[in-house]
Design a protein around this ligand. Sequence first.
Ligand code: ARG
Ligand code: ZN
Ligand code: CA
Length: 252
Amino acid sequence: LGGVVTIPVVVHVVYNTSTQNISDAQIKSQIEALNRDFRRLNADAVNTPDLFKGVAADAEIEFCLAQRTPDGEPTNGITRTATTKPDFGVGDSMKFAALGGKEAWNTSQYLNIWVVRFHKDEKVLGFAQFPNVGSPLTDGVVIDYRYFGTTGTVVRPFNLGRTTTHEVGHWLNLFHIWGDEPCGNDQVDDTPTQQEENTDCPTFPKASCNNTSDMFMNFMDYTNDACMNLFTIGQKNVMQKTLNTFRAGLLT
Ligand code: ARG
Ligand code: ZN
Ligand code: CA
């Protein structure tokens, strides 16, 4: 135990138009963003307020596109599937060929990321399946192609890859920083209790629930990508524990 762990990733691009069939370069830009954010190598780490610098963490998790398929064949870690579905809802259709999607690769061995277009009525940028709940066939994260990576089809203010950082946080058992209820509990000691989600980018300090300030720059809040810059030590501990329990197969 201890030290940096590397998670093999497969990205399933499920596209209806050629625009949705995002480039390898865009996919690589997302992997690089994950590696910066989870190692605290993000340039905007300097924007973490002094109040929170002491709890900011290098989560010691890295990501690489898979180099072998489940059958042991060489791969670039990217699958591309044309679909007749113009868009998807927040369900699991994109994970099954019979529903217009693409099957997961063994979810105990790979982080599966599906990149799709969400229907315009869906208010999300992405969603994740938490560890040890739900079917292994649907485990992974799903991200809209307009919020995946840092180049190509990405759209501001969600153009720095932080939707995937946030969803992978959920996939490693992190809850929203406001605990999903007023002054709720995210089960992490070093994230201040806060009233509710923050959006856009507040001015520091922004106090609620008797804290000195909300940690609105945490990856598990709802602020803009350019506003976010840290995971905490407590969040790192949750993620590392998840990797060593529910997701131990990824590390072998
Ligand atoms: N779960 C959130 C959503 O569905 C993702 C928030 C991502 N935030 C961001 N700044 N990229 O919309
Ligand atoms: Zn979330
Ligand atoms: Ca907390």
